[in-house]
Design a protein around this ligand. Structure first.
Ligand code: ADP
Ligand code: ZN
Ligand code: MG
Length: 487
């Protein structure tokens, strides 16, 4: 008999390695400013970050503190003693011919990140290293010859690496972990977390194994993804590719693959390199670093309220749904915006609805972050108060928010500019009501015959006639009054 096709169920195993640039003023081992992206090319350069012989590095104190605070927020153990190591390799963006990193004695190890409800994803280690220079690959339009430019500004910018355990079991979970990790770093205020700009980068390791098998399968490392969506798509693609290789009787090679976002595929780049390829040895130009327990406790006292804690407090203090609280703590800026809005004395549920509904919709449409919005918390509070005071209706309030969002005009002024003041004044409404009654005898008859829902139709006619500016509650009351009294 020919071999039967065995349908095997596979389990996906993923572990992520994340690099985050730290928001320090200066670079990791020299006094050059770390504002590499905004400074003109090659203006943040000195003998140390250029890798000139004889130049000596000095470790950035703030970068070490940022790594310790990250370790604490990730429930890690903080090393009592740590040191830096040299990782040797050659590439045009590596000025010294080696990278100063941490190999055997990372600053933090053995922690976890909480995902969803009570799911803990292990964090193997958090260590500190330095970023490389930036290469720009160009083609000369006249000759067609390709060449590369190097900007040394980024060389030596502090880079923190967070190595995760292979605890993730799906691309969806991997994306959630990344989002939660980025949010955490942003709450700590130590990294911009900007993926598009390369300030937050991820290498994803993925393998599959037959369901029930204890050992892991051979892993593939995927590089070059610069959005959450790209990480998710690359992993989805890679899981299916690996399943097909195994189903076809092949085996997975341990290798590094690059994600091609346009084509939507991963491509083999090089076979895996091993630690010994890097000839690590202790960095002789830097002394070992002792991290006293007093220092750790000082830093622990500075850990701010973290996303999960803030979410729980929002549910408790403001009586929000867990869903709303989750949305409102999706970034520190969002959570701050919400609490700022409440300071103006508006109802928390109303503020939550306006933010998660209209405001988020407007932000998404333009693709900006809440801290860039022209509508301030004071403006949003003013709009909510206009509605609560019956000065404008819901529809008009949305139009006001939209205009405020576009040009930052004050809501109170927009009520006039847009002519959106709600008509609650009886005298002003009487005429429209009389006309609605005269023009709709059938509706009036229905109401008098006991079909009370006919009142809704008549209110609608008045709203139409006033172009939505009438206060529907007042219209309703006035209509009933007129119809009930007129025999
Ligand atoms: P390496 O020796 O290749 O650097 P490590 O064991 O240090 O591998 O792990 C590097 C990353 O790969 C970690 O994030 C880890 O979680 C992940 N990883 C390790 N083994 C696997 C596997 N079999 N499948 C998926 N991810 C893995
Ligand atoms: Zn420098
Ligand atoms: Mg490793």
């Amino acid at each position: 008999m020919a071999a039967r096709n065995v349908v095997t169920e596979y389990e996906t195993v993923i572990g992520l390695e994340v690099h985050a640039q730290l928001l320090t003023r200066t670079k990791m081992f020299c006094g050059c400013k770390a504002d590499y992206a905004v400074a003109p090319a090659n203006t943040r350069v000195c003998p140390v970050c250029l890798g000139l012989p004889g130049a000596l590095p000095v470790a950035n104190h703030t970068a070490v503190e940022y790594t310790i605070i990250t370790g604490l927020a990730l429930n890690c153990q903080i090393a009592e003693q740590t040191r830096f190591d040299r990782k040797n390799y050659f590439y045009p963006d590596l000025m010294k011919g080696y990278q100063i990193s941490q190999y055997q004695m990372p600053i933090a190890r053995s922690g976890w990140l909480e995902l969803g409800d009570d799911q803990r994803i292990g964090v193997t280690r958090v260590h500190l290293e330095e970023d490389t220079a930036k290469l720009f690959h160009r083609v000369d339009s006249a000759t067609g010859r390709s060449y590369s430019l190097v900007d040394v500004n980024r060389a030596g910018v502090p880079l923190m690496e967070i190595v995760g355990e292979p605890d993730l079991r799906s691309p969806v979970d991997a994306r959630e972990y990344l989002i939660a990790l980025r949010t955490l770093l942003q709450f700590l205020g130590i990294s911009s977390g900007n993926m598009e700009e390369g300030a937050f980068r991820c290498d994803a390791n993925v393998s599959i194994r037959p369901a029930g098998q204890a050992e892991f399968g051979t892993k593939v490392e995927i590089k070059n993804m610069n959005s959450f969506r790209a990480v998710y798509r690359a992993l989805e693609y890679e899981v299916i590719r690996q399943q097909e290789v195994l189903a076809g009787g092949g085996r997975i090679e341990q290798e590094t693959r690059g994600w091609d976002d346009g084509a939507g595929v991963t491509r083999g780049q090089r076979s895996k390199e091993y630690a010994h390829d890097y000839r690590y040895f202790p960095e002789p130009d830097l002394p070992p670093l002792v991290i006293s327990r007093e220092w750790v406790e000082q830093i622990r006292a500075r850990v701010p309220e973290l996303p999960n804690q803030r979410r729980a407090r929002f549910v408790e203090q403001f009586v929000l749904s867990d869903y709303d609280a989750r949305l409102l703590t999706s970034s520190r800026a969002t959570a701050d915006y919400f609490e700022e809005t409440l300071k103006f004395g508006v109802n928390p549920k109303a503020a939550a609805n306006w933010m998660t509904g209209e405001l988020f919709r407007l932000l998404n449409a333009v693709g900006i972050e809440i801290q860039q919005a022209k509508t301030t918390p004071a403006d949003l509070a003013a709009i909510i108060k206009l509605v609560e005071a019956g000065k404008v209706n819901q529809q008009s309030a949305k139009a006001i928010l939209e205009r405020s969002f576009q040009d930052g005009e004050l809501p109170d002024r927009l009520v006039e500019v847009l002519g959106l003041g709600q008509i609650s004044d009886e005298a002003a409404l009487t005429k429209a009501i009389a006309e609605a009654i005269a023009a709709n005898p059938q509706g009036v008859a229905d109401y008098k015959a006991g079909k009370t829902q006919a009142i809704g139709f008549l209110v609608g006619q008045v709203m139409k006639a006033t172009r939505g500016k009438a206060n529907p509650g007042v219209v309703n009351a006035l209509l009933r009054e007129r119809l009930d009294s007129a025999g």
